[in-house]
Ligand binder design. Structure first.
Ligand code: CMP
Length: 141
């Protein structure tokens, strides 16, 4: 299996619930190491730019409003099959469909407020990591 990187965001609903540590511990237990990590209160343009691919969707305004409501934690995670592994740990986008034990089943309340984001491909992971981190801010080991 390949060592990959993926971008994870602990979203405002999760930082509000004080579960940052539980979420990071879960990634570490499952072999995904944070190699870049920062808490950040996203500006409107940060959130609009990150989710630009969804700009025509009816939920875009709601999504941007939510993502700027309170701080998030942005992380570059590294490990074997990191993209797929992260998505497995997160569970389905809608927590109602998420498997038992996944982060969204445990912590999320709705499809909009779904606690965590994870890149959907290695290609997008590279783009998303570069959106938040300079290469000098990443510490692979
Ligand atoms: P995420 O994986 O961060 O990528 C896009 C986000 O849009 C997604 O998680 C959800 O939080 C949000 N989203 C997707 N579908 C809907 C929807 N139908 N209503 C509100 N938000 C949505």
């Amino acid at each position: 299996m390949a060592i990959e990187r993926t971008l994870s965001i602990i979203k405002p609903d999760a930082t509000e619930k004080n579960v940052i540590g539980k979420i990071i511990a879960r990634f570490e237990e499952e072999g995904l190491r944070p190699i870049g990590i920062r808490m950040q209160h996203l500006s409107l343009s940060d959130a609009q730019g990150f989710y630009a691919v969804h700009s025509e969707r009816p939920f875009f305004g709601e999504l941007v409003e939510f993502m700027t409501r309170n701080p998030v934690v942005v992380m570059a995670l590294e490990g074997e099959n990191a993209v797929a592994k992260n998505r497995e740990i997160m569970g389905a986008t809608n927590p109602a469909d998420a498997a038992e034990g996944t982060l969204r089943k445990l912590f999320a309340s709705s499809i909009g407020e779904n606690s965590v984001h994870g890149s959907d491909s290695a290609e997008n992971a590279a783009i998303e990591i570069a959106y938040f981190f300079r290469s000098t801010e990443l510490c692979p080991r």
